[in-house]
Ligand binder design. Structure first.
Ligand code: HEM
Length: 140
C-alpha cells in the first residue's frame, strides 16, 4: 500500500512538472509576467494582513502592488509585441492598468474599513479577469 501511494505521488509530481514545463516553453516568460506574479503575491499578502487586521502590513503590500502596477503599465503585453506604443491596442491596455490603479487607490484610502475593502477587492478580481481575457496572449 505504501509503495502504491509513493508511486502515485511520484507520477502526480511528474505530471505537474511536465505541465509547468509545457506552459513555460510555449507561453514564454516576460518582464510583464514577472511583475504580474509579484502583484499576485503582494495582493495575497495584503489579503492575509487584512484578515489579521495588520494595517501597517496592509499598506506595505499595497505600496508594492501600486509600484508594480505603475511599472506594468509601461510595458507592452506579449500579445502586442512589435506594435507602436501609440497603437489603439496598447492605449486600451494602458487604460485598463489605469483603472486598476484607481481601484488600488480606493483600497489605500479605505485604510482598514472592511465595507470599502471587500467590494473593492471583488472589483479588482473581476477587472483582472477581464484584463487577462482581453490582453493576455492566448498560448495555453
Ligand atoms: C491585481 C491585479 C492583477 C494580478 C494579481 C495579475 C496577475 C497576473 C498573473 C499571475 C499573470 C501570469 C504571469 C506569468 O505566468 O508569467 C498575469 C499576466 C498578465 N496580466 Fe495580469 N494581473 C492583474 C491585473 C491585470 C490587468 C488589470 C491587466 C490588463 C489591463 C493585466 C494584464 C496581463 C497581461 C497582458 C499578462 C500577460 C503577460 C505578458 O503579456 O507579457 N493584468 N497577470
Amino acid at each position: 500500500m505504501r509503495k502504491l501511494i509513493f508511486a502515485a505521488s511520484v507520477s502526480l509530481m511528474l505530471l505537474t512538472s511536465t505541465e509547468t514545463f509545457a506552459h513555460a516553453a510555449h507561453c514564454e516568460d516576460s518582464e510583464l509576467g514577472d511583475l504580474m506574479k509579484s502583484m499576485k503575491q503582494e495582493l495575497k499578502d495584503y489579503v492575509s494582513s487584512f484578515k489579521q487586521s495588520d494595517q501597517a502590513a496592509m499598506q506595505q503590500h499595497l505600496n508594492g502592488l501600486l509600484n508594480d502596477s505603475k511599472q506594468a503599465k509601461k510595458l507592452i503585453p506579449m500579445k502586442y509585441e512589435g506594435q507602436s506604443v501609440a497603437s489603439v491596442d496598447i492605449q486600451r491596455y494602458q487604460e485598463g492598468m489605469d483603472e486598476l490603479l484607481e481601484l488600488l487607490q480606493q483600497l489605500q484610502e479605505a485604510g482598514g474599513d472592511a465595507s470599502v475593502i471587500k467590494p473593492a477587492l471583488a472589483q479588482i478580481k473581476q477587472h483582472s479577469k477581464d484584463g487577462h481575457k482581453a490582453f493576455r496572449k492566448d498560448c495555453d
